[in-house]
Design a protein around this ligand. Structure first.
Ligand code: FAD
Length: 418
């Protein structure tokens, strides 16, 4: 593990710090100090500044509109942006840039790259992720959304669920069942689908916070062109796994920084409310503090491997499991410190439901109550804690594999369940 960066890296860091000093408004405290319209406006303007300066899709090749940065440079930009409390993009960029864009670079045809990548950056195409279904979450290979080739187009029928920011998107990347008679993981095709057609219906799901960030998406004879397949017909499982690596693996550098900053806010809250004098709270605060430190060292270990060329693999499960379980604990502690005030939350609402509240956010009851509720979802999305433990047991520790009840084709397994 290397806990320090070399001189070249540090001089690149200075360039990024100078870029931030030049482009951020005077007295900038972090995006957490903004809310409502002001926040939305800043986020969009900031995104276009990043785009103009080649800092939006950091790792993509320059010929596709990306930054063409090395892995180390990407990490440094992410660190400096996190410390400054500026976003790396807006809602849905995680699906368009991080997940689909990176996956197309690996699996897409030249034509697909030239057509889609610039449109992701310009926001002509705004993407969401159509993987999960009511009967296919942890067991994603069980998915049943059907696509049938009819002449020069695919005809799609079925349902997706938990589609984050689907109501803000105009395109969806979709896992579909194209060969029901093949074994479960073999008859799947990855399709690129325009949502602006009568056969696609998006229905928002109301969350416990009262907001709606994810959706059900229904397909009734929806269509997409024959050539909108990524990675080959019936080869969608391999493409899907590449994309999940980008979904799960990237936060090793920035996650600990966000949680360190959140810890500082929690300590301030504890002092404000006298909880720092209570030995029971002190014990829990010390535990959380230590866990963030462990996360930081573990992050550096992952980062060292990543910088030496290793792709995030099953060991990414360690950091996903650790941060998501930690985040439930630390937000429970915050709610206990707030006591009954936490039940009638007021103040600024976090701008995103993922991870900690933004840098610069006020220490409001709403900030903690909302983050507490959303932290429940952290142990579910991108693979539940139980699934991460299975991955660690089977693929990292080499323990015996979980017995599988179903074998044979997907169609046969559906008949057996009926
Ligand atoms: C906030 C949020 C955003 C999401 N966004 C998206 C999105 O944009 N697009 C998308 O496609 N999906 C999205 N998802 C869906 C997410 O990937 C699934 O919820 C997740 O994979 C779990 O699937 P499930 O909900 O069907 O639960 P299930 O798979 O039904 O699991 C139920 C319980 O059983 C346990 N379990 C299941 N199988 C095993 C096993 N083999 N061993 C041990 N325990 C097991 C699970 O751990 C869990 O506790 C999102 C989910 C959330 C919460």
């Amino acid at each position: 593990m290397r806990p320090t960066y070399d001189a070249d890296a540090e001089s690149f860091r200075e360039k990024i710090q100078a870029f931030l000093a030049e482009h951020l408004p005077p007295g900038w405290k972090g995006i957490g100090a903004l809310e409502g319209e002001e926040l939305q406006q800043f986020a969009l303007e900031w995104r276009s500044i990043l785009h103009q300066n080649g800092l939006l899709a950091l790792g993509w090749l320059k010929e596709y509109g990306g930054g063409g940065l090395s892995r180390l440079e990407q990490v440094i930009v992410a660190e400096e942006f996190t410390k400054a409390g500026v976003p790396a993009g807006v809602a849905n960029d995680v699906f368009g840039i991080q997940m689909l864009g990176n996956t197309l670079l690996q699996w897409g045809t030249e034509e697909q790259k030239r057509y889609y990548l610039p449109r992701i950056l310009s926001r002509e195409d705004i993407w969401c992720q159509g993987y999960s279904e009511p009967n296919a979450g942890s067991d994603l290979g069980n998915l049943g959304c059907r696509a049938v080739l009819d002449g020069d187009q695919w005809v799609i029928n079925g349902q997706k669920i938990w589609t984050s920011s689907g109501h803000l998107a105009n395109h969806i990347f979709l896992l579909t069942r194209t060969d029901p008679d093949a074994p479960k993981h073999k008859g799947i095709t990855f399709l690129l689908v325009d949502m602006r057609q009568p056969g696609v219906e998006v229905r928002p799901i109301k969350m416990i916070t009262g907001q709606s960030e994810f959706n059900e998406v229904f397909f009734t004879d929806a269509v997409c062109p024959k050539e909108n397949v990524v990675g080959g017909v019936n080869n969608g499982w391999a493409v899907a796994m590449t994309l999940l690596g980008y979904e799960r693996g990237e936060a090793a550098a920035t996650g600990p920084l966000r949680f360190q900053s959140e810890m500082k806010r929690l300590l301030a809250l504890a002092k404000e409310r006298g909880a720092n004098e209570d030995p029971r709270f002190r014990q829990r605060l010390a535990r959380c503090y230590s866990e963030v430190e462990i996360m930081r060292w573990n992050g550096l270990r992952t980062l060292t491997k990543y910088l030496s060329g290793h792709q995030p693999g099953p060991d990414a499960a360690i950091s996903k499991l650790y941060w998501s379980e930690y985040h439930r604990r630390v937000t429970e502690l915050a709610m206990d410190i707030l006591g009954p005030d936490g039940l009638v939350p007021t103040g600024r609402r976090p701008s995103s439901s993922f991870s900690a509240d933004d840098e610069g956010a006020p220490n409001s009851t709403m900030s903690w109550a909302d983050t507490f509720l959303n932290a429940r979802a952290g142990t579910i999305y991108a693979g539940t804690s139980q699934i991460q433990r299975n991955i660690l047991g089977e693929m990292v520790l080499g323990l015996p594999k979980e017995p599988k009840a179903d074998g044979g084709s997907w169609a046969a397994s559906q008949k057996a369940k009926a």
